[in-house]
Design a protein around this ligand. Structure first.
Ligand code: ZN
Length: 467
């Protein structure tokens, strides 16, 4: 009970001081958080109507002031007023990164808004060329509000004085939304940020950071699941445990597989949540606090659709490409924009929140095994098969599947001491059966899974030209 007092007093400090801080700074993220706390419980139909109310003027603005969208609507003969429901967005062609890249900036940036609203951003370029775009500064409070709501969901509300241990690739960008406003606000309520290198993924570094914490401090881990899983593996391998366990692990930036999740839960013995954030629209969705099976999409940030190959909306439990319409960016609109990830569509969540859902974020679009029989296997499905069907947790630390031919997979694995040649053969046969259609699987032991140039880990790589 001793530890509860400082936490409560900090929360009280936050509740009293943040409204004052808002008034002084001109920011509105605390108000936005309060609005989202209430909105999450509204019925789904009401939330969709609210999104449509913001979509209509955005479409009219894009057609009037952004040459790219003016041409697109003209070419298809659709008027903004024809889009009456979210499903009507399927009538518009998809816009890809290459469309916006080739038009940047003159063709894709609104010609009627002050340049001071532009905030230059660049995607990491992990799957190709870097992509420059403008975020809209007027959207900052919604973005931070969304981030704060998701942290509350994870069990780390603002004002709790939690220490974040960020496992990331670049020490200078500790948190994606770490604007100076939110950093100042965090320091104000006693939050600290510590960094652990995701590239080294060295358990000693985490042990050292945790030993620096005062006995009253709680902490959470936030970062790439492959890096956190590597640290978890290092701890389990050495039979080394932390003096204090984190309150929660928040996975972001990569596909979260069941295999990584199981190693993380074993080492850190705390809940793990999946936070989905794209560079173009940050803090989009996160695991439901009451139902780990689904992620809720913040429909105040964007309209997110999962679409089939023909652009129509996927049914619940169906996989498809993620297409977003950012409701907050008027500077450089993203309308029916294919973000490069794929996901499994979700149904209503029984928790009572009206926010729409995803069952899973399956991975990057290229991260996929295609079998000759037309079956598609995502990182999430492969991880589920290895962790739950084959129970590989005690035998394999890490894995990566490489599709080397239309009918051949090489599964790279980092073995534990229990791994044997028999286990490898069994796994080959089991995976061949699971993939079906005459796929040949070869298991190869490696010392480590090589990371991409971006420092991220792909669960599945394809050497086929068609992907
Ligand atoms: Zn829910």
């Amino acid at each position: 009970m001793l530890t509860a007092f400082p936490s409560r007093s900090r929360r009280l400090t936050a509740r009293l001081s943040l409204p004052l801080y808002e008034r002084l700074s001109g920011r509105r993220f605390w108000t936005e958080l309060g609005r989202l706390r209430e909105l999450q419980w509204r019925p789904a139909a009401e939330l969709e109507a609210m999104a449509l109310q913001r979509l209509r003027p955005l479409l009219a603005h894009a057609v009037a002031h952004v040459p790219y969208y003016r041409d697109l609507f003209e070419r298809t003969g659709i008027r903004p007023s024809d889009i009456k429901t979210v499903a009507d967005l399927a009538r518009l062609p998809l816009t890809g990164k290459s469309d916006l890249r080739s038009g940047f900036p003159a063709g894709v940036v609104a010609d009627n808004l002050p340049a001071s609203r532009r905030f230059k951003m660049q995607t990491s370029g992990s799957t190709g060329l870097p992509f420059d775009f403008y975020a809209d500064r007027t959207d900052l409070d919604r973005r931070i509000g969304s981030f704060l709501l998701f942290w509350e969901w994870a069990g780390a509300p603002v004002g709790d004085g939690v220490v974040q241990v960020v496992v990331s690739l670049r020490p200078t960008v500790t948190v994606q939304s770490a604007s100076r406003w939110v950093q100042t606000a965090r320091r104000f309520v006693g939050e600290q940020v510590m960094h652990v290198s995701g590239i080294k993924a060295n358990p000693s570094e985490l042990l050292a950071r945790v030993s620096q914490l005062s006995s009253r401090s709680d902490y959470l881990l936030w970062g790439l699941p492959s890096s956190i899983a590597r640290i978890a593996v290092g701890l389990l391998d050495r039979n080394n445990s932390l003096a204090k366990l984190p309150r929660v692990v928040i996975s972001t930036g990569e596909s979260l597989t069941a295999a990584d999740a199981s190693v993380i839960v074993r080492a850190f013995r705390c809940p793990i949540v999946n936070h989905y954030s794209a560079y173009e629209v940050l803090h989009l969705a996160q695991t439901c606090p009451d139902n780990p099976e689904l992620l809720h999409i913040n429909s105040e940030r964007a309209i997110l659709r999962v679409v089939r190959a023909d652009g129509s909306t996927a049914a619940p439990a169906e996989s498809g490409r993620i297409v977003i319409t950012d409701l907050g960016n008027w500077i450089m609109p993203f309308i029916n924009y294919e973000i490069g990830d794929w996901a499994e569509a979700g149904s209503m969540c029984p928790c009572g929140r009206g926010f729409p859902t995803l069952r899973n974020v399956e991975g990057r679009l290229g991260e996929i095994i295609r079998t000759p029989a037309g079956k598609m296997i995502s990182p999430v499905t492969l991880g589920w098969f290895l962790a739950h069907v084959r129970q590989t947790a005690g035998y394999i630390w890490e894995f990566q599947a490489i599709q080397t031919a239309a009918d051949a997979i090489v599964l790279h694995i980092v073995p534990t001491a229990r791994f044997t040649a028999e286990f490898a053969q069994d796994l080959e046969r089991g995976l061949e059966e699971f993939l079906g259609g005459g796929m040949a699987v070869k298991v190869e032991k490696v010392d480590r899974i090589e990371l991409e140039a971006s420092g991220k880990r792909l669960v599945i790589k394809s050497e086929l030209i068609s992907s």
